[in-house]
Ligand binder design. Structure first.
Ligand code: CDP
Ligand code: CDP
Length: 217
């Protein structure tokens, strides 16, 4: 079973994907970490002409199976750099194979990101598109950062998340939209437990429908 979980920044897709992976005993890949690692590797070249070429080389050289320093990767700055390398077509191509192999491993997998249901796994068994309004997402990310001791400027964070969402949605090489067969899960007013219960209910329903379809055909 392949479960694809997509959604905008801080919508809770990582938390839900982790919960689903635990519930179904499946491996989980947070694909944002791949883009963050590439962005991090070329951060020093951000405003220089060689940024693009360096990002492509970093993506091609990435040891995606062994990412370290996750705390650094999940910083707000890494998120911004990630969205800047994510608009470069060859960077996405270089990261495709690893994601695809992870998804198609025996037994299945849960992947979360932006383009899982549209580009990486258009054939996923279950697709979830997680949504929450911008203010709720900013507040979630702020609390997540504060729990790590980071001092948060909420105004700046809100602006940064909106800017990143806009860059992602306009990404010409992206696939950041809800796939036609994805199930929308609106979590603005749902806590983590309630959101996970709702996600599991969707997965169960889709799998039951598929099983029914198989026996009747
Ligand atoms: O992966 P993504 O950036 O979409 O979000 P996340 O890292 O899973 O969630 C961001 C923060 O929001 C985490 O601290 C979660 O615990 C929290 N969260 C929440 O408060 N309510 C939810 N329904 C989902 C996540
Ligand atoms: O957790 P959050 O949603 O804040 O970010 P993330 O999932 O770690 O992704 C960071 C950035 O990587 C996104 O803003 C996208 O620009 C890019 N990304 C992407 O283009 N495709 C993916 N499958 C995952 C991330």
């Amino acid at each position: 079973m392949i479960i694809a979980v997509d959604g905008p920044a801080a919508s809770g897709k990582g938390t839900l994907a982790t919960g689903l992976a635990q519930h179904y005993g499946l491996p989980h890949l947070d694909t944002g970490l791949l883009y963050r690692a590439v962005g991090r590797a070329v951060g020093d070249y951000e405003d220089l002409p060689e940024f693009e070429a360096r990002a492509i080389a970093a993506a091609e050289a990435l040891d995606a199976g062994h990412l370290t320093d996750i705390a650094e990767l999940t910083s707000a700055r890494s998120g911004v750099l990630a969205s800047k390398v994510a608009v470069i077509g060859p960077v996405r191509q270089a990261l495709f194979e690893f994601q695809r192999s992870f998804a198609t491993q025996a037994g299945g997998a849960v992947l979360d990101g932006r383009d899982i249901g549209t580009k990486i796994c258009p054939d996923a068994d279950v697709k979830l598109f997680i949504q929450a309004d911008s203010k709720a997402r900013m507040e979630r990310r702020a609390r997540q950062l504060e729990a790590r001791g980071v001092v948060v400027d909420r105004y700046a964070l809100f602006h940064q998340i909106e800017e990143r969402d806009a860059r992602d949605m306009l990404n010409p090489h992206g696939g950041f939209y809800k796939a036609a067969d994805a199930h929308l899960l609106e979590t603005t007013h749902l806590g983590i437990e309630a959101a996970l219960r709702a996600a599991i209910a969707i997965v169960e329903k889709v799998m039951a429908l598929k099983a029914g379809g198989r026996t009747s055909s």
